[in-house]
Design a protein around this ligand. Structure first.
Ligand code: PHE
Length: 338
């Protein structure tokens, strides 16, 4: 009986000083198959009759006691470990974070969106066409047959089976008129390609915005009104439009279109080379042959069309001196338009 008391005391001392990692060992030492409690159970047979019962009870009690304490201690250790790991994983939510640098649409994309917004607000639909185009859509249907000298100015990259990289967005005029019946009011923007040597105003890749209106009683005045309104919204309310006679096989009459110089307002300065005007692209009334090519009756319908350079628009609006800057991907250039 005294032994039992002694073991109990010893256990109580040990449980207080034992390290978390040793607690399993302690459990084996007392409760294991060859542990101290087991020894007591073996001893029962040597205890004098009459005390056996009490001895057995005491051993059982001690066993239950030790089990309970060890269990409690294990739980305590576990919750302390949880606390510690909570402490370790703690984050300061008030700390300033790392700023992620986010990108921005390229200035050409931004310009295209601006142009589209203006024309959409005037009731135009936005169309698209493929960059790899057929000879038929890019030239033939636009009244530029194979032998025509106008092809010289638009030499391009030719692929197999009379396919080519489109030199202009005008083929989208044909695609639109083949698909939709008049009245048509559309613009199309996109990348174009020409076999041009690069200089400050030429690059083999560039973008255009095409416009086409086909309806009954469409006149040159509508063309002028549309482009004047666009110029005012894009470049400022004092912006004016100038037409000068020019030749494109798919329009008649055809005109070169310029806007009044955004720098000097038309008085003359180095930017407009003292002319007061900045060239933007071509325009004109849709040629009857083009309408016939898409089975629209020229006696009944007329149309106007225009094609301006997107880079040209951006260069004038944002004072970009050289078209090659768009394609060098110099971050110092690109970041200015974030
Ligand atoms: N597509 C012509 C070009 O690239 C421009 C243009 C478009 C002219 C529409 C007239 C009408 O030069």
């Amino acid at each position: 009986m005294q032994e039992i008391e002694k073991i109990k005391k010893r256990f109580e001392d040990e449980i207080l000083t034992v390290m978390a990692s040793e607690i399993k060992e302690l459990e084996i030492k007392y409760l294991g198959r060859k542990g101290m409690i087991a020894v007591f159970f073996q001893e029962i047979k040597n205890v004098p009759e009459g005390k056996k019962r009490k001895f057995g009870q005491d051993v059982n009690e001690l066993k239950a006691y030790i089990e309970e304490i060890i269990k409690a201690r294990l739980e305590e250790i576990k919750s302390q470990e949880n606390l510690k790991s909570l402490e370790k994983d703690k984050i300061d939510v008030t700390m300033t974070g790392l700023r992620l640098s986010n990108g921005a649409p390229n200035i050409i994309t931004q310009t295209i969106r601006e142009v589209e917004d203006i024309f959409v607000s005037m009731g135009f639909d936005v169309m698209t066409g493929p960059e790899i185009e057929s000879d038929y859509y890019n030239f033939e249907a636009l009244n530029i047959p194979e032998y025509h000298p106008a092809r010289d100015m638009q030499d391009t990259f030719y692929l197999a089976q009379k396919m080519l990289l489109r030199t202009q967005t005008s083929p989208i005029q044909i695609r639109t008129m083949e698909t939709y019946k008049p009245p048509i009011r559309m613009i199309a923007t996109g990348r174009c390609f020409r076999r041009d040597a690069a200089d400050s105003s030429h690059f083999p890749i560039f973008h255009q915005i095409e416009g086409l209106v086909v309806d009954k009683k469409v006149s040159f005045a509508n063309l002028k009104g549309t482009l004047s309104e666009f110029a005012k919204r894009m470049f400022g309310k004092n912006s004016r439009i100038r037409f000068s006679p020019s030749y494109f096989p798919f329009v008649e009459p055809g005109a070169e279109t310029a806007i009044s110089c955004v720098m000097c307002g038309g008085k003359g300065c180095p930017v407009c080379k003292y002319s007061g005007w900045l060239e933007m692209g071509g325009s004109g009334m849709v040629h009857p042959n083009v309408l016939r090519n898409v089975s629209i009756e020229p006696e009944e319908y007329q149309g106007f069309a225009f094609g301006w350079g997107i880079e040209r628009i951006a260069m004038v609006k944002y004072e970009i001196p050289d078209i090659r800057m768009f394609y060098q991907n110099d971050l110092r250039f690109l970041r200015q338009f974030k």
